[in-house]
Design a protein around this ligand. Structure first.
Ligand SMILES: [Zn+2]
Length: 188
């Protein structure tokens, strides 16, 4: 994703002390880059969709993290929502360092509040929230700049995967654990 003014202004926070809702901030030599609040907003949009997917598919335990390669080299997953959830988790695992990932897992995936996270990780409240900001920025940027299928904008991600809708559905009566292992054929 190439960030232009339209993208950034739509995501920027009016109350942001760096960009004041403009969405871009000046760096060296007069160059403008997207503000951190823009990346955080992109992350929030992806995270909200992730939570919707979790709610729609049951619970997080059903997320398939299995990867397999089709003939065209693209990854295929059993279902679109599951693919989104898997990408959300896998990309985060890859991008975050060890401590950031632990915070991400406890706070964003398992829903622990800051008190629980701080106690569990032996952190102060300030350090925790600084880390959460950093995680949101890092992931928001990564989700938006990911290739070939960026997770942000979320609607484009789901739009680009429409061809998977035509893949065969499972016969009824399969258990959840079996469904997780299914690999769909890739059309040539
Ligand atoms: Zn800003």
């Amino acid at each position: 994703m190439k960030w232009d003014r339209t993208d950034t202004i739509g995501l920027a926070q009016l109350s942001c002390s760096s960009c004041h809702g403009y969405g871009l901030r000046l760096v060296r030599k007069g160059k403008e880059v997207p503000c951190r609040c823009v990346f955080r907003a992109a992350f929030r949009a992806c995270y909200n969709r992730f939570r919707d997917c979790v709610a729609a598919t049951g619970h997080i335990g059903t997320v398939s993290l299995e990867r397999c390669n089709g003939r065209d080299g693209r990854r295929v997953y059993s279902r679109k929502r599951e693919e989104y959830m898997a990408d959300f988790c896998l990309v985060s695992r890859r991008v975050l360092d060890e401590l950031e990932y632990q915070i991400f897992r406890f706070h964003f995936l398992l829903g622990a509040d800051w008190k629980l996270c701080c106690r569990r990780l032996g952190m102060s409240r300030g350090l925790f929230f600084h880390a959460v900001y950093r995680i949101e920025e890092k992931l928001g940027r990564t989700f938006a700049e990911l290739e070939p299928f960026a997770l942000y904008p979320v609607d484009e991600y789901f739009g680009s995967m429409v061809h998977h809708e035509s893949t065969p559905r499972l016969p009824p009566g399969r258990s959840g654990s079996e469904r997780r292992m299914v690999r769909l054929p890739v059309s040539a």
